[in-house]
Design a protein around this ligand. Sequence first.
Ligand code: ZN
Ligand code: ZN
Length: 498
Amino acid sequence: MLWQRMHYFKLQLSSANSNAWLERLPFDVLDRLLASLSSFACLRAAVLSCKDLYEVYSQRWRTILYSVMENEVGLAFQEALAMSRVTLDLEEYCKEDQVRDIVADKEGPYWTRGVITSEVAYILSQAAYIATSLENLFSFRYKDRSKRLSVLTCSESLAFRRALYRNWIISVLCGASYDEGEDSDYNYDDDDNEPDEEELLKKSGARFVRILSDLDDKSLCAVYQVLLFLDEVTVRTSPRQSFDPRTKDITLKNIPLQTREYTPLEIFYDFQEQDVDHLHDEKHFPASEVVTAGLDDLLIQRNITQMFEGNFGSQVILERVSEDYVTHCHRCHEATAWLYNDTCWSSLEEHIPVRLLVNFLPGLLDQNQSIRFLLQHYARVQVGLHFYHKLMEDIFALQSNSALDWRKDEWVCGECVLGFIKRELYGWLVRRQSQGKLSLSTSNFIILICNKDGFARRKNCWYGYKCRTQTREMVGITPHAQIFNHLCEPDPTKTDNI
Ligand SMILES: [Zn+2]
Ligand SMILES: [Zn+2]
């Protein structure tokens, strides 16, 4: 109904005589019309494009803005509103000393209806987008992998969003002030003159997490589940993954202590872009350690981990999951929601960053700049975000030995796909080269590999992928790595003593 009204309204606005049409409408009708718009952006556009609407808005902006923001945010509006107000007070008005002590007061200024300013509306609008995006991802990973948009029911969505905004408030509070001397009245044990640092942290932290401490067990378990989900999203953001040369594996850095200070907004954008804004990494919030200690202590005191895993079976937000939802990797039987098959190969970047692929080539190819550049270029420019989809489809199409015992539609974990790619990547590159599908020409690089359009193929280097010279950059002359092909086996008849 709302969308229909909006569509009609937009049509009218876009028509040449829109103002004439609007002028005939009573003031109260225009008021209701504005109040039923679906977003802050929509309201802004409407008010700025029509004088009559502007006049109505300037007289009734409080109620109109409140209604529009309720429409845009939808479920868990109160939590979203509190989070937005706290964010504004901390980041714009630097009320670092006040926020922490009043945020938990449900009758206080952050939680009660009151006035929504346009600054708060802007934050709310962003929060609504992030909450929807993260809910889509949560639904895709935990409920239905056949749909990219959320299929959560109303009550599941409400539980998810409430928990998300509560986590968001906690992460924002890491920016509040923390006076180390404020707990000087703490009573230490008589026989222990040294203040117990851990106890101090917990006690101070308890102040920051008061907004959670009055929640019932189920709601607190939901907060915990969303916290785990945010951690999972965080570690699947490319720059936080690294190659371990010792185990020849990709390490997903587990940094739960740090993720408390990243807001869901930062976590989602980093994940979406597969890039980390390094400004986040360098920022250090005064209270992040204290907040973390308080949160961890609350979870321990309330026995949340055991309750979540035991009573709720590690699932407190979803009431029902379809029977064909796969919970374990078909290969290694590991229980995880982060599974892949041919419907979502393109999401593999979240587990296997393309920049690390070169490490899985044999010999010294990982130090060959031409190969590194070529792989990156191929992934980023030629195939874009669908690199993994193309790579996996190519491998399956070629029916190599490894691919023969896999089914494209079976759900496998990132680790198992990584094992598969490790075996297949070199062969895939060699085949692409022989098919003339790898070519590159930039101002800095000469033609690397071409066997079409009249270009002669480069000769194989005798030492193949084991060649040491391919790793050297030589100033002033064309590097050896560019003159010879190294995507080949060493020639044993000519390289007895390598
Ligand atoms: Zn597996
Ligand atoms: Zn060589």
